[in-house]
Write a protein that binds this ligand. Structure first.
Ligand SMILES: C[S@@+](CC[C@H](N)C(=O)[O-])C[C@H]1O[C@@H](n2cnc3c(N)ncnc32)[C@H](O)[C@@H]1O
Length: 162
């Protein structure tokens, strides 16, 4: 198996197990709360109508469900994308449980940070870019008895039509 295929297989195993073991918003798990940036953004946009949110790598909805709850009365929309069938299945079930609707495409986003930013900027040309944050994340995990460092860029992009 090549290196990338192996990483995908192991990442799937890790997330499948995680989503199976922990409930959404379960205290003591990493699904306990939405990320701080998301909580801040929900407050910042609490009066806006017709907001669209794109959550790439949405998982089971730790961020998108609270966002959907907040924007539902104001005609907002959250589009959730995840690679894993297990994430999408749980997301659909949680979104029913929390009384919010979601769109559920299941595919892999395979773009560099630079390319993703370029596409977002092109798509939202002429809009006011309110936030563009790139946060580098790194986690140490144990995979099959070996320590593994996972690294990723987390992009927050907020654009407003002026
Ligand atoms: C660490 S989890 C975070 C989930 C969610 N954003 C949260 O904060 O709870 C990362 C999620 O991104 C998904 N993912 C990772 N790489 C992906 C890719 N290239 N395309 C689509 N989804 C991906 C994984 O399946 C996993 O559900």
């Amino acid at each position: 198996m090549d290196r990338i295929t192996n990483i995908r297989v192991e990442e799937k195993k890790y997330h499948d197990q995680c989503y199976d073991t922990y409930d959404l918003f379960e205290p003591g798990s990493w699904l306990h709360k939405p990320v701080t940036t998301v909580i801040n953004l929900i407050n910042q946009y609490k009066d806006q109508e017709y907001i669209s949110i794109l959550d790439l790598g949405a998982g089971v909805g730790r961020n998108s469900i609270p966002i959907a709850e907040s924007i539902k009365p104001r005609n907002g929309k959250v589009v959730c994308v995840d690679l894993l069938e297990s994430a999408i299945a749980k997301l659909m079930s949680y979104s029913q449980q929390f009384g919010v609707e979601e769109l559920d495409p299941m595919f892999e986003v395979n773009l560099s940070t630079e390319r993703m930013i370029e596409l977002l900027k092109r798509q939202f040309a002429g809009w006011e870019i309110e936030q563009l944050i790139v946060k580098s994340l790194a986690f140490e995990i144990n995979r099959n008895g070996q320590p593994v460092k996972l690294t990723s860029d987390c992009i927050t992009f907020v654009a407003k039509k002026s």
